[in-house]
Design a binder for this molecule. Structure first.
Ligand code: NAD
Length: 494
């Protein structure tokens, strides 16, 4: 499949000849797509097209913009199977999750289409007669959107649909691991009737075109999801430019399991949180903090269950866990497994890169469980982003909460307990943007804000409406209208 850039409503070649390949991580002999390694000139064209389109798009009534998103949602439903399979082929997650990725984009399309008829501001009484006060939302302008590979349709959809409904125009730079999924989404938006120039896509390297795009003088705001290293670099660059930036970055999410928990339910939650998407979710459960009374029992249950998971191509019905996305991730995860062994954690299952079906052409790593991990070990502190989970012992709830909070990240956490007093204290004291009770660390729904605290994000959440994405992609303008026909002085006239 040959991908081109999408600029000013047309699929166009990049100025240069260079391309890159996205490979099927379950079998890297298969190329999924070739895409352009764009250059700065391509970014200039895309930003120029977005700027030209802004004047008209920002004045289109938001409910009309919503109708376009509503049509996009319908097209996504029609194309769900095809795009879901493409997600699995291009980044490796099992098909049920590939379809879930597309479903999240569908949910987001309809939710944001509805926002076109809400997008509330406020009207409040004035302290003076014959005067009123109101606020309403205005778009930011041209927004640059930078996305990772692990949710190759859902995360672009979170950003693009929120940006568009608020009246912004967009330049989108997808991850180089998933350009085909990005192009499929953009095609659907074109088919739904997004006018030329309102949405543009430029493929290419993060360090080169990504950084050039986000610092471009004609860009007004940036939303980034990806690694801490890249996000923190952008925070430094854009802070100096006084440019609004939303970042969603890494995580070191944890599940607490108390001694009164339903252990079978907790086991299912840990398996899903740790090994779903091969552990490549920003909300993946990579630590399990287990009460000492059930530590040995639960460790054994988890090791046995993890050893029974079947690795393979995500398109095959028998597969529980797919490959890692690329060689860099594969090596990084194997390195972390070695770090865990060297630190003295006990490897109870997994730990190896494996060949599947006699083929060494995919990036498969066995679901891996470490026990007797201490909270300060590197494998308990740093994001691994692979199918590796560490079990840490605690003596009570206070210690469990301290262990969960004592990392630089603050994205997602969970607690399993049958005691409402215990779970209520955890809800209050866990320092993460998302807390789950008797459910795993993954599984956010789009109608709620999604965002990490501390090193996990800048505090401008994705998804949701007010209190979520709308608050980043629009800004409030306040209008005071005086129809008294005389000078009135706030705070002075009584
Ligand atoms: P990454 O940082 O390598 O890349 C993310 C995107 O940023 C890519 O499109 C890349 O090309 C671009 N990029 C890289 N350097 C850039 C720069 N200097 N300027 C502009 N753009 C640049 O991350 P990844 O490997 O694609 O994704 C995995 C990471 O994403 C993990 O750390 C994961 O936790 C995080 N993530 C976070 C969330 C969240 O919502 N918190 C969701 C998904 C993934």
């Amino acid at each position: 499949m040959l991908i081109r850039n999408f600029i000013g409503g047309k699929w166009v070649n990049a100025k240069g000849e260079k391309t890159f390949s996205s490979l099927n991580p379950a079998d890297i002999r298969l190329t999924v797509a070739e895409a352009p390694l764009s250059e700065q000139e391509d970014v200039d064209l895309a930003v120029g097209a977005a700027r030209d389109a802004l004047a008209k798009w920002r004045l289109m009534p938001a409910p009309r913009r919503g109708e376009i998103l509503f049509r996009a949602g319908g097209l996504l439903i029609r194309e769900k199977q095809r795009v879901g399979e493409l997600v699995t082929e291009e980044m490796g997650k099992v098909l049920a999750e590939g379809l879930g990725d597309v479903q999240e984009a569908i949910d987001m399309a309809f939710y944001m289409a509805g926002e076109g008829r809400r997008m509330q501001g406020e009207t409040v009484p004035s302290e003076l007669p014959d005067k009123d006060c109101k606020s309403f939302r205005e778009p930011l302008g041209v927004v640059a959107l930078i996305t990772p590979w692990n949710f190759p349709t859902a995360i672009p959809a979170w950003k693009i649909f929120s940006a568009l409904i608020c009246g912004n125009t967009v330049v989108f730079k997808p991850s180089s691991d998933t350009p085909a999924c990005a192009a499929a989404l953009v095609q659907i938006l074109e088919d739904a009737g997004v006018p030329p120039g309102v949405l543009n896509m430029v493929c290419g390297s993060g360090a080169d075109v990504g950084e050039y795009l986000v610092t471009h003088p004609l860009v007004d705001a940036v939303s980034f999801t990806g690694s801490c290293a890249a996000g923190e670099r952008l925070e430094g660059l854009l802070g100096r430019m006084h440019r609004p930036l939303a970042t969603e970055m890494g995580g070191k999410n944890a599940i607490i399991i108390m001694d009164d928990a339903d252990l079978s339910l907790a086991l299912e939650g840990v398996l899903w949180g740790a090994f779903g998407t091969s552990g490549q979710r920003c909300t993946a459960a990579s630590r399990v903090v287990v009460h000492e009374k059930i530590f040995d029992t639960f460790g054994e249950m988890l090791a046995n269950a993890a050893a029974g998971l079947r690795l393979g191509n995500g398109l095959h019905k028998t597969t529980d866990v797919g490959p890692l996305v690329n060689e860099q991730q594969y090596k990084k995860v194997l390195d972390y497994i070695q770090v865990g062994i060297d630190e003295g954690a006990k490897l109870v299952t997994g730990g190896r890169g494996v060949s599947v079906g006699g083929s060494v052409n995919g990036f498969f790593i066995e679901p891996t469980v470490f026990t007797h991990v201490t909270p300060t070990m590197r494998i308990a502190q740093e994001e691994i982003f692979g199918p590796v989970v560490s079990i840490i012992k605690c003596v009570n709830l206070d210690e469990a909460i301290k262990i969960v909070n004592d990392v630089p990240f603050g994205l997602s956490s969970a607690i399993y307990s049958r005691d409402v007093n215990t779970t209520a204290r955890a809800e209050r004291d866990l320092k993460t943007g998302i807390v789950y009770v008797n459910a795993s660390t993954i599984g956010a729904e789009i109608q709620m804000p999604f965002g990490g605290w501390r090193h996990s994000g800048s505090g401008h959440p994705e998804a949701g409406g007010r209190g979520g994405a709308l608050d980043f992609y629009s800004r409030m303008k306040v209008v005071y209208r005086d129809y008294s026909g005389r000078l009135q002085k706030a705070q002075i006239d009584k």
